[in-house]
Design a protein around this ligand. Structure first.
Ligand code: ZN
Length: 654
């Protein structure tokens, strides 16, 4: 690495170049924050730095005690940790006749779906989902889950949880949340119940849930005489349900994730019935909350039945083995394809944990009864003629350890590709996975086999309706107020705009919520969006830890990935303040030490100078030594390299 000449001043870097911007970014407050974070760290280090042996012992203790905590948490003492940083807002009282709606997730993102419906006496919860974390925004975090503080404070009012379907973005946060809510009864479809139980099984501390299995067409009475009508919706997993809460002000309708079954863009009768029969007598539709995932996609989505037919036809025509890569969550499709393969006299091999799990759940719950002998092992498949075997696999997104990738890179213990194989990639590419999917396709192609993919053949359809379907549903329901949910803010806006411009819906009756935790009170005449919000700061599952994650942790992780770490270890004589030996420097992910001798030598020199300055007065103030070291070295490094690694001083006083 070439070091910038020390005499080259930062100001001389041309305006607008990344280096200058980066340096300019360091404001006083920024520095203060870093110093504060460092200071906190330093205090921790201080405690463990009396002597090196002591330090090692304590570090070990720290690790073992954190393991112990993890175990305790797993046994059932999971609790919210971390300091809530939101300002304590006084939540406005709910007027006696109003209905309150609060989305705790799903209006700022895809996923984390959870919504509260509150009346004077009761609270109902709709879905308890997770959002998958992204490496750019929340590195190292497993999942993001809804912030349930509002609910926990009103736990006694919760009368039931209604779950629309079994996808993780609607059920995934159950094991982290349901005990905090005091195990209210859960109303959902049969398959969804099994999905939730499967999800919870990894958390043995959880109590058995109190389920009420409901079916489309049924009306259940919950809480203080709240009637909830259950209606069928089309999605990509069986038992997808919508719920119409028949409040005194009118029906409040949650449809979950929706698309339409249609013939040439004409919805089938079942869809017409589902959406047009929610009103009855004086019970009018008041508010409809609608899926916005594909609101920016024009026209109609492809019909799932057509997709399934195409795939089954491909399977029938194949003269070799067929490998079908799809999402395990597309359970409706998977089940239909299994039957289709059977009709062609073929056997099924299932590969991939989530695929096996989901098919198991479908079978155990009784939702799917596979023809006898249909499912075989890969060893049995090897004994059959190639054109008699269909493999169902995970990994169509190019996941490194999933079945498709492992077979393509010849790392799978039992299965090898050959030129007579057909691969059907029955899935779209999730944004962000482009590179991985490209790598997968390259690897597959090297085997000289046939690849069928959604870009050129109709082998995949989304489980979410496109704009024209959403408009059809909105019109069919015809509620007085409309609230787009399930999507990023721009998707909600696109949905609202389409409903206004193309369905002629009055703009003033559209409710677009600005953030998770936003509170809207509605009655038959009007709605109010309060400026106060339910607590909504980010809640994450980070290893065994659950709770608010401190911004500092995320900031440090980002800095570590982008800028690296620079550790200084110094050994000071407490009486004289002199260094007992030359400072040790350890750096990771910052610069390659061997090529940066000049920089390191200068840094050592500066460390000595900084310590001499800070230890002038006795007794030595170790906090001051560390603070000065951090500031001096951080400034030196940024000026000389343009990088801003995390600087950690370890000061040992002997
Ligand atoms: Zn879904």
């Amino acid at each position: 690495m070439t070091l910038l000449d020390k005499n080259v001043k930062v100001e001389e870097v041309p305006t607008g170049s990344p280096k200058k911007r980066r340096i300019k970014l360091k404001t006083t407050t920024d520095r203060k924050k870093t110093t504060r974070t460092q200071a906190r760290k330093n205090t921790q280090t201080e405690k463990t730095s009396r002597s090196l042996t002591n330090k090692n012992k304590k570090t070990q203790m720290k690790f073992s005690s954190s393991k112990r905590i993890s175990r305790i948490q797993r046994k059932g003492q999971t609790q919210l940790r971390g300091k809530p940083r939101e300002r304590k807002m006084k939540i406005p009282e709910l007027a006696p006749d109003d209905i309150r709606i609060i989305p705790l997730g799903g209006v700022e993102q895809i996923g984390q779906n959870m919504t509260i419906l509150e009346t004077k006496d009761d609270i109902f919860v709709i879905d308890i989902g997770i959002q998958f974390s992204s490496e750019e925004e929340t590195p190292g975090v497993d999942y993001i889950i809804p912030n349930t503080k509002y609910l926990v404070e009103r736990k006694d009012k919760i009368r039931g949880v209604f779950v629309t379907h079994g996808h993780l973005d609607h059920i995934g946060a159950f094991p982290y949340i349901i005990d905090q809510l005091g195990y209210p009864p859960v109303y959902t479809g049969l398959l969804t119940k099994w999905m939730i139980d499967k999800r919870n099984a990894e958390f043995p501390h959880l109590k058995k849930l109190n389920y009420h299995i409901v079916e489309a067409g049924q009306t259940v009475t919950v809480g203080n005489d709240m009637k909830v009508r259950v209606f069928p919706v089309t999605h990509s997993i069986p038992d997808s349900l919508g719920f119409s809460f028949e409040t005194k002000q009118g029906n409040i309708i949650f449809a979950g994730d929706t698309k339409l079954e249609h013939k040439n863009q004409v919805p089938v009768q079942r869809e017409v019935d589902a959406y047009t029969k929610l009103e009855h007598g004086d019970q009018k539709n008041l508010l409809f909350l609608s899926d916005s995932t594909n609101s920016e996609q024009p026209g109609w989505s492809k019909n799932e039945n057509d997709i399934v037919e195409n795939i089954i036809q491909l399977i029938g025509e194949a003269t070799g083995r067929v490998f079908l890569g799809t999402f395990a969550s597309q359970l409706t499709r998977v089940m239909a394809i299994m039957d289709g393969a059977h009709a062609h006299g073929k056997k099924i091999v299932i590969e991939g944990r989530s695929m096996k799990n989901n098919i198991d759940i479908a079978i155990q719950s009784g939702r799917y009864v596979p023809p006898k002998g249909l499912i075989i092992s890969s060893e049995e498949a090897n004994q059959l003629p190639p054109d008699k075997v269909v493999y169902l696999l995970t990994g169509s997104q190019g996941e490194e350890f999933a079945a498709l990738m492992r077979i393509s890179t010849k790392k799978h213990p039992k299965i090898r590709f050959n030129q007579r194989d057909t691969i059907i990639l029955s899935s779209s590419i999730i944004p962000g996975n482009n590179k991985a999917v490209r790598r997968l396709k390259d690897n597959l192609s090297r085997h000289g086999l046939r690849i069928v993919q959604y870009q050129t053949s109709d082998v995949h359809a989304s489980g979410h309706g496109n704009q024209d379907e959403l408009l059809w549903i909105q019109k069919a329901i015809g509620a007085k107020f409309f609230m787009p949910v399930h999507g990023h803010h721009s998707m909600l806006r696109a949905h609202a705009q389409a409903v206004e411009e193309r369905n002629g819906f009055p703009r003033e009756n559209i409710i677009i919520l600005p953030a998770n935790g936003a509170i809207v009170d509605v009655n038959k005449d009007r709605f109010i969006i309060h400026k106060e919000k339910a607590p909504n700061n980010l809640t994450v599952v980070d290893g065994f830890r659950i709770g608010d994650i401190q911004d500092a942790v995320i900031r440090d992780r980002k800095t570590l990935t982008q800028e690296g770490i620079f550790v200084i270890i110094v050994n000071i004589d407490v009486r004289t303040g002199k260094l007992r030996k030359s400072p040790d420097i350890i750096s990771r992910g910052f610069v390659y030490m061997k090529d940066s001798q000049e920089l390191i030598t200068e840094a050592r020199h500066l460390i000595k100078k900084s310590i001499a300055k800070s230890t002038e007065f006795k007794p030595i103030d170790f906090d001051l030594v560390k603070k000065n070291l951090t500031d001096d070295i951080a400034r030196f490094l940024v000026q000389n390299t343009g990088k801003r690694p995390i600087v950690i001083p370890v000061v040992l006083g002997v």
